[in-house]
Design a protein around this ligand. Structure first.
Ligand SMILES: [Zn+2]
Length: 104
């Protein structure tokens, strides 16, 4: 018996049975994932889930787009018009996602 099978992970790697992440769990961490704040093991899990889960992938793209737009508007002060357009667009995408969910 050798419990020390260090396969690259740091001290604590809850890699055992938590392989199959719940969608909610993934979506909760998607922000940190976008910010690159997760340990590499965690981001691998998220990335893997996104590869297999369409709705989560859409949500991820949405969050990333919003984040990029917000960052951009912070640095050069987006006009209110643009802000409105962006918000409208986000709402449209969200409606599409909800529709997809409902059909399944
Ligand atoms: Zn998912």
């Amino acid at each position: 018996m050798s419990p020390t099978s260090g396969t690259g992970g740091p001290c604590d790697s809850p890699f055992d049975s938590t392989y199959d992440n719940d969608c909610t769990e993934v979506l909760e961490r998607v922000f940190s994932f976008i910010d690159n704040e997760l340990p590499s093991a965690d981001s691998v899990q998220i990335q893997r889930h996104l590869d297999e889960c369409g709705p989560c992938l859409q949500k991820y793209h949405l969050e990333r787009t919003v984040k990029m737009l917000v960052q951009r508007s912070c640095s050069e002060q987006a006009p209110p018009d643009l802000r409105q357009k962006v918000l409208l667009r986000i709402r449209q995408v969200q409606v599409e996602i909800t529709r997809d969910d409902g059909e399944l």
